[in-house]
Design a protein around this ligand. Structure first.
Ligand SMILES: [Fe+2]
Ligand SMILES: [Fe+2]
Length: 158
């Protein structure tokens, strides 16, 4: 922590704990979907879920590192995880449901991170820049899910 930090560091750590929980839930959801997606044309989708899970894991690490840098202790406690997260852990009944759940979660993440980027502005450029990097990936994720949904909407679940 540099003495020139202009934000409220405790508040920043609190916010980042919620971002961390959101990203962990994203890892769990995409991982679960990548395993349990089944049916015709599910192979490509499984791979996409798997790739997203790996990218969410990178976000987990980046956010946890940032919390650590700011003097906080990243909260990986499974207890209360869902409550700290901005998005839900939803399994989805079938392929289309799964895609929809991921799309909802990505949109929530995108809105949340845009808001946080505005909030941090110049008070904490380090955190802001990190969130901008994550936001770019979440926007891609949302686009990917929208494309999958368009391609599979109305298709039978299995
Ligand atoms: Fe993420
Ligand atoms: Fe994402």
């Amino acid at each position: 922590m540099t003495p020139t930090y202009r934000g409220d560091v405790r508040q920043t750590i609190e916010i980042l704990q919620s971002v961390l929980a959101t990203e962990i839930v994203c890892v769990l959801r995409y991982t679960m979907h990548s395993i349990s997606a089944s049916g015709i044309s599910s192979e490509g989708i499984k791979n996409e879920f798997k790739q997203h899970a790996a990218e969410e894991q990178q976000h987990v690490l980046a956010v946890a590192e940032r919390i650590n840098q700011l003097g906080g202790k990243p909260n990986f406690n499974p207890e209360g995880l869902a409550t700290r997260s901005a998005s839900q852990y939803a399994e989805g009944e079938n392929l289309v449901d799964m895609i929809k759940e991921n799309l909802i979660a990505e949109r929530i993440a995108v809105d949340h991170y845009r808001e946080l980027i505005r909030y941090f502005r110049d008070d904490d450029p380090g955190t802001r820049v990190m969130l901008e990097g994550i936001l770019t990936v979440e926007e891609e994720h949302a686009n990917d899910m929208q494309d999958l949904l368009d391609a599979h909407q109305g298709a039978p679940a299995r």
